[in-house]
Write a protein that binds this ligand. Structure first.
Ligand code: FAD
Ligand code: AMP
Length: 479
C-alpha cells in the first residue's frame, strides 16, 4: 500500500533526516514527515540545525571573524587597508544562500536514497498509526512497522522578556538583524548566547551578557572555563554572572532590562536589541495522541532507553526531543543507531564521548570528564596542560590565547578527558574523541607523530606533560 512503510520518521532535522537516509540505505521502505515550509509552501528540510541553528550561526561567526581580523589584526601582518566596513545585508544574503544550498541538498539526498518525503504535520496515534495533516488541512493516515519521533526543540521564552518583533528576539531573530545594534543585551551565557553575542560584538556592538548562575560554563572543566572567561573579558565581552533578569520594558526603539545582580541589588540596562538565549525545550505538543503510550519525563523529554526506544515497542525517539545534550551530532548518531537497530543490527552509541564545542574565538571544546567530575568519581588521575602561547604555529598565526588540558587515569593511563580553549579547539578535541573511542592511553598519543608546525602539537605536548615530559614548556616538578 502507498501509505505503508517499514519506517516513518517525524521531523527532518539532523536526527530525523539522517535516520531516514540510513534506514533507506539498509533497504527499509522509509518516509520522513516534515511540517516546516518556505514562503512558496515548499518543505524546508534540515530542521533547526540547517535553517536557524548550527549552519547560519557558523556562517555569521565566520563572516564576523573575518571582519574583525581585517579590522584589528591585518595591520600586524603588514597588510594595509584604508578602512574596513561591514555590509550586513550582504553578510546575511551569503548566510541565506548557504542555508538554501544545504536544505535543498537534503531533499536531493532523500531522492538519491529513496526516502519518501511527506509534507505536513505528523502525529503518532495508538498502534503505530501516523496521522498526516497537510498544509491544505486534509488528513491522511500512514502506517508503519516502526516510527521514529524526531521533532526537535524550540527556544524557551521567559515571562520577564516576552519576544517583540525585532527588538526582543530569540536565537532565530538574532540571526536576522539587518544592522549592527549599538547596545546588545544577551540573556544567558550558554553556547548560543556566547556565539551570537560574539557575532554582533565583533561587528561593533557593545555586548552585555546577563547570566543568572554564579558559575561560568558550569558543565565545562572549570580551569578551562576560568581561562575562557578571562579571554572573553579581554575581548570586551561584558559577561555578568549572578545576574538574573526579572523584567523588561520596551520604550520606543529601546528595551530596558531589569536584573538582580550577584549582590541582590536591582540594576537596569538599556539596549537597542535583546537576545533571549536561556535554553531550548523539546517539541512534544500534538506530537502524539494521549493513548499512543509515549511517556515524558519531568522536564518534558520523551522517555527512551539507551537504544532510543520509547515505552512502545517499535516507536523510537531521537535528537533534541530526548535526554542528553541538545547537539546536532548527538541526534544524528542516535538516528543512525536507531535505523540500524530497526534493520536488525546490534548498534549502540557511546554517550560518554559526545564532544561539546562553543564556536567563539578562541573556540572552547571538550570531550569526556572534567577534572571536577573525575575528582568526584574518586579515581586517581594525572593532568597535563600546554598553553598555546608556547606553540610555534599559534605564534605564527598570532593566535596564542588558551590551552590544552588532558586528564588521564593515574593507574591505567587511559585518557579520561580532553579540554581545550584556543584556536581550532574543536578539531583538536576531535582527535581526543578518536583516541578515547579506541580507549587510548596518554602514552598512545604521546607515541603518535604529530606534524610540525600544527596547532595539534599542543595536544601532543599536553599528553607528554601528563607524565612530566613535555618538551616545549618547563614541566611541573613531580614528587
Ligand atoms: P530539529 O533540528 O529541531 O528538527 C526537528 C524538525 O522536526 C523540524 O524541522 C520541525 O519542523 C520538525 N517537526 C517537529 N514536529 C513535527 C511534526 N509534528 N510533524 C512534522 N515535522 C515536525 N548543535 C551542534 O551540534 N552544533 C552547533 O554548532 C549548534 N549550533 C546551534 C546554534 C543555534 C543558534 C541553535 C538554535 C542551535 C544550535 N545547535 C547546534 C543545536 C542543533 O541545532 C540541534 O541540537 C539540532 O538541530 C537538533 O536536531 P533534531 O533533529 O533533534 O531537531
Ligand atoms: P543554555 O541552556 O546552555 O543555552 O544556557 C542558558 C543560560 O541562560 C543558562 O546558563 C541559564 O542559567 C541562563 N538563564 C536562564 N534564565 C535566566 C534569567 N532570567 N536571567 C539570566 N540568565 C538566565
Amino acid at each position: 500500500m502507498a501509505n505503508q512503510f517499514d519506517v516513518v520518521v517525524i521531523g527532518a532535522g539532523p536526527a530525523g533526516y539522517v535516520c531516514a537516509i540510513r534506514a533507506a540505505q539498509l533497504g527499509l521502505k522509509t518516509a520522513c514527515i516534515e511540517k516546516w515550509s518556505d514562503d512558496q509552501g515548499k518543505a524546508r528540510l534540515g530542521g533547526t540545525c540547517l535553517n536557524v541553528g548550527c549552519i547560519p550561526s557558523k556562517a555569521l561567526l565566520d563572516s564576523s571573524y573575518k571582519f574583525a581580523e581585517a579590522r584589528d589584526s591585518f595591520v600586524k601582518h603588514g597588510i594595509k587597508h584604508s578602512g574596513v566596513e561591514i555590509d550586513v545585508p550582504t553578510m546575511q544574503t551569503r548566510k541565506d544562500s548557504i542555508v538554501k544550498q544545504l536544505t535543498t541538498g537534503v531533499a536531493g539526498l532523500f531522492k538519491a536514497n529513496g526516502v519518501t518525503l511527506l509534507e505536513g504535520t505528523g502525529k503518532l496515534l495508538a498502534g503505530k498509526q501516523v496521522e498526516l495533516t497537510k498544509a491544505d488541512g486534509s488528513v491522511e493516515m500512514v502506517t508503519a512497522q516502526n516510527v521514529v519521533l524526531a521533532s526537535g526543540s524550540r527556544p524557551i521564552e521567559i515571562p520577564p522578556t516576552p519576544l517583540t518583533d525585532g527588538l526582543i528576539v530569540d536565537s532565530t531573530g538574532a540571526l536576522e538583524f539587518q544592522e549592527v545594534p549599538s547596545r546588545l543585551g544577551v540573556i544567558g551565557a550558554g553556547v548560543i548566547g556566547l556565539e551570537l553575542g560574539s557575532v554582533w560584538g565583533r561587528l561593533g556592538a557593545e555586548v552585555v551578557v546577563l547570566e543568572a548562575l554564579d558559575a561560568f560554563l558550569p558543565t565545562a572543566d572549570q580551569q578551562i572555563a576560568k581561562e575562557t572567561l578571562k579571554i572573553f573579558q579581554k575581548q570586551r565581552l561584558d559577561i555578568r554572572l549572578g545576574a538574573r533578569v526579572t523584567g523588561s520594558e520596551v520604550k520606543d526603539k529601546e528595551v530596558e532590562v531589569i536584573y538582580q545582580d550577584a549582590k541582590g541589588d536591582e540594576q537596569k540596562l538599556t539596549f537597542d536589541k535583546l537576545i533571549v538565549a536561556v535554553g531550548r525545550r523539546p517539541n512534544t505538543e500534538n506530537l502524539m495522541a494521549p493513548d499512543a503510550g509515549i511517556n515524558l519525563d519531568e522536564r518534558g523529554f520523551i522517555v527512551v532507553d539507551d537504544c532510543c526506544l520509547t515505552d512502545v515497542p517499535g516507536v523510537y525517539a531521537v535528537g533534541d526531543v530526548v535526554r542528553g545534550p541538545m547537539l546536532a551530532h548527538k541526534g544524528s548518531e542516535e538516528g543512525i543507531m536507531v535505523a540500524e537497530i530497526i534493520a536488525g543490527q546490534k548498534a549502540r552509541m557511546n554517550y560518554d564521548l559526545i564532544p561539546s564545542v562553543i564556536y567563539t574565538h578562541p573556540e572552547v571544546a571538550w570531550v569526556g570528564k572534567s577534572e571536577e567530575a573525575v575528582k568526584a568519581s574518586g579515581v586517581q588521575y594525572k593532568v597535563g596542560t600546554f598553553p598555546f602561547a608556547a606553540s610555534g604555529r599559534a605564534l605564527a598565526a598570532d593566535d596564542t590565547h588558551g590551552m590544552v588540558k588532558v586528564i588521564a587515569d593515574q593507574a591505567t593511563d587511559r585518557i579520561l578527558g580532553v579540554h581545550v580553549v584556543g584556536p581550532s579547539a574543536a578539531d583538536i578535541v576531535q582527535q581526543g574523541v578518536v583516541a578515547m573511542e579506541f580507549a587510548a592511553s596518554s602514552e598512545d598519543l604521546a607515541l603518535t607523530i604529530f606534524s610540525h608546525p600544527t596547532l595539534s602539537e599542543a595536544l601532543h605536548e599536553a599528553v607528554l606533560a601528563v607524565d612530566g615530559h613535555a618538551i616545549h614548556i618547563a614541566n611541573r616538578k613531580r614528587r
